[in-house]
Design a protein around this ligand. Sequence first.
Ligand code: UDP
Ligand code: MG
Length: 215
Amino acid sequence: MLRRASPLAKLISAAKPSRLNQAEAGITSKARTPIINFVLGGPGVGKGTQCTRIAETFGFTHLSVGDLLRKEISSNTEYGGMILDKITKGKIVESEVTVKLLKIAIESNEADRFLIDGFPRSEENRVAYEQIIGIEPEVVLFFDCNEEEMLKRVLHRNQGRVDDNIDSTMERLKVFEAYTLPVIRYYSQKGKLHKINAIGTEDEIFERVQPIFTT
Ligand code: UDP
Ligand code: MG
């Protein structure tokens, strides 16, 4: 394999585990505990689009966990192959890897207000987050939409993603229902959930979101 043959690739892959190991040092090195909000919803519901607008309007730093994982694939790190396999199959990446990547992303950013997009995707993700990062989210947004509409949006968005095809998306919808809905119910019971009707234009949906951050 090219990765094994190239000395540079060897250097890179040797460097990556230690970068991930930094995550074990603890988040307390940050002077202040940042504010964390989670943004959840099924595939293609518009989490990323709305997060961009929320971030611009209300001064949050937007971290898409799917993007963090895709960056690992394109940088060909030791986890890249495993992540590509999970994403292509519409499955959830092992919590330990995801949470460490998220921790590094939060710690390496000066910002003190974050929107975490597309995470936690399962109760296991949520528990790992609590153990490794442990910052209680202030608000959890849930963009709600029916499955036919989500499928239609994914198949029409043309972003060149390996998982934007019918088979992967059917699996993502199943995974969302089986694993992510329990997380949504958990935060609903804690009184942190804000459910937003995600049917409508981008502007209409953003208007529904705004009051959550202005009051
Ligand atoms: N993913 C994951 N854990 C996460 C976030 C994403 O395993 O915390 C993987 C999972 O395979 C998912 C894919 O990344 O199907 C794409 O996630 P993203 O949030 O980008 O997709 P969306 O749901 O917005 O279409
Ligand atoms: Mg997204």
